[in-house]
Design a protein around this ligand. Structure first.
Ligand SMILES: NC(=O)c1ccc[n+]([C@@H]2O[C@H](COP(=O)([O-])OP(=O)(O)OC[C@H]3O[C@@H](n4cnc5c(N)ncnc54)[C@H](OP(=O)(O)O)[C@@H]3O)[C@@H](O)[C@H]2O)c1
Length: 470
């Protein structure tokens, strides 16, 4: 049976995969992608959105929630009405967005390989039954949003201390008082399933937060290279948008404890690795380590590889941090106060926090190339009134874009208000030096080497990935 978008030319079809779409920022990204796609793309273009969740029932609920949002946008948006003219029919907008669903558990490697195979070789279904099972010809943007925090609660003494030392805005942006749970390690027997019995040597253990936040996505992107790579330069480049956090510094990652099992906070450590691999993937000192990852035999016929982009949503109130309902409301109010006091990093609402990711997914390639957007960590910034925009975030050891800037450069900054690069800067941030920049690139190389070591060991153990394709 023909797909509902079969009539549209290939360049008018836009395929997006979004992980962790059933909750918080992920749901906000799905909603925002729908709205911005309809508002910015041609009236004959079609969006095919594939949210991933951890169960069929969550996929069904997510598809229904996104379709409800779509109906609301189509019937209430003045922008859509004025674009289409006086005889605007909301159904014409609704008929341009198609929402499917697949299941993916990033802490279950077999589920990752299964989801990738389904996308490449199989059919993807609509859990509500509205769209018949379809084949996916390519992916234009893959948005890695899913993640876990791995925290147990708050260190109240630490909170009080930080509040008095650096004030409410800084404490609400860079909290040093989150208590991390002891690092959980994934059950090796469950990961290996029926392969366990045949193995002479065990693959390296995997920590839960590290796998959910980085390694699972790392494997998934590699497996999806056939859908993300291109044969010809005139085809739009595939994009992989990784989600980090504003607060991931040099001190959060230790190479002697790469998965943060013994000391460092696992969440921040996993996000520091995310920053390092995204921003260094194609630097001269790293290319040798990252090249085997992009040279998958499954995509050997497609030499143009996807590009990594890096984002974070700012601070958003979601279930990521475990709080009772009473504490959640206190937290929510504190985050709004931080925004009203002038913090640029408090969108607070998931739909607003989704701004930077949706922009990276949909912006035209020329704009991204002109901005060298792949060299920047793009956060969502918010004004006091909740006007959101993508803003460059400072990365420890990389600055705002990998360039060593002087205080004089800052004087000529074009952006003002919350978008000025110094607005919302961490109280103890240090200016970038050539030495730190070199160390960052070197750390990036070490991350790629370790991730590649883990990937090849697990491919061998499971008989999956490049091992299965050779
Ligand atoms: N909220 C913030 O202020 C903030 C700030 C910086 C960065 N972020 C990042 O934004 C992203 C979304 O976080 P959020 O705040 O929206 O949290 P959230 O509401 O808890 O959403 C997390 C999503 O990830 C999914 N997920 C968790 N473990 C998974 C696994 N093993 N496999 C597949 N999916 C899994 C969850 O699915 P289930 O519902 O099945 O658990 C859920 O859909 C995360 O990467 C987070 O680090 C958030």
């Amino acid at each position: 049976m023909a797909t509902p978008w079969a009539e549209a030319a290939s360049h008018e079809q836009f395929f997006v995969l979004l992980t962790g779409a059933n909750s918080g920022v992920g749901l906000g990204i799905g909603q925002r992608i729908i709205d911005e796609f309809l508002a910015s793309r041609s009236l004959s273009s079609h969006l095919i959105l594939i949210p991933t969740t951890r169960s069929v029932s969550k996929s069904r609920d997510t598809v229904i929630a996104l379709r409800t949002h779509l109906q609301e946008t189509a019937s209430t948006s003045h922008q859509l009405r004025s674009r289409a003219g006086s005889d605007y029919d909301p159904q014409s907008a609704v008929s341009r967005v198609h929402i499917l669903g697949i299941q993916l558990d990033l802490c279950n490697l077999q589920s990752i390989y299964g989801a990738a195979k389904q996308l490449i070789h199989g059919k993807v279904s609509d859990p509500t039954g509205v769209i018949a099972d379809v084949e996916i010809p390519r992916l234009d943007a893959v948005l890695f949003n899913a993640g876990i925090g791995g925290w147990s609660g708050l260190d109240w003494l630490g909170l009080a201390k930080q509040f008095f030392q650096v004030g409410l805005v800084q404490s609400c942006t860079f909290p040093a008082f989150k208590k991390a749970l002891p690092a959980a390690v994934l059950d090796q027997r469950k990961l290996l399933g029926d392969k366990a019995a045949d193995l002479k040597t065990q693959p390296p253990e995997l920590a839960e937060v590290f796998t959910a936040n980085v390694f699972g996505h790392y494997i998934l992107a590699h497996e999806l290279l056939p859908l993300l790579s291109r044969s010809r330069p005139d085809e739009p480049i595939g994009r992989i948008v990784w989600t980090s956090t504003i607060d991931a510094s040099h001190e959060h990652l230790s190479f002697s404890d790469f998965q943060a099992r013994h000391g460092n906070p696992p969440y921040e450590s996993s996000k520091r690795i995310t920053d390092l691999i995204c921003l260094t993937a194609d630097l001269p000192g790293v290319q040798k380590a990252s090249a085997p990852y992009f040279a998958s035999p499954a995509a050997a016929d497609k030499p143009i590889k996807p590009r990594f982009y890096l984002t974070h949503p700012g601070v958003v109130c979601t279930p990521l941090f475990p709080l009772s309902w009473f504490m959640f409301w206190g937290y929510y109010v504190a985050m709004y106060i931080a925004r009203w006091l002038g913090s640029p990093w408090h969108p607070v609402e998931p739909y607003l926090g989704a701004c930077a990711t949706a922009w990276l997914a949909l912006a035209d390639q020329q704009t991204l190339d002109h901005l060298r957007a792949d060299r920047v960590k793009w956060g969502t910034s918010a004004s006091r009134t909740g006007h959101v925009a993508p803003k460059k975030s400072e990365v420890d050891g990389w600055g705002w874009d990998g360039n060593v800037t002087t205080p004089k450069d800052m004087e000529h900054e074009d952006e003002a208000g919350v978008l000025h690069r110094l607005a919302g800067r961490k109280w103890d941030a240090q200016d970038l030096t050539e030495e730190k920049r070199a160390e960052f690139e070197n750390d990036g190389r070490k991350c790629w080497e370790e991730l590649e070591r883990l990937r090849t060991a697990w491919e061998k153990a499971l008989g999956e990935g490049d091992v299965a394709k050779q």
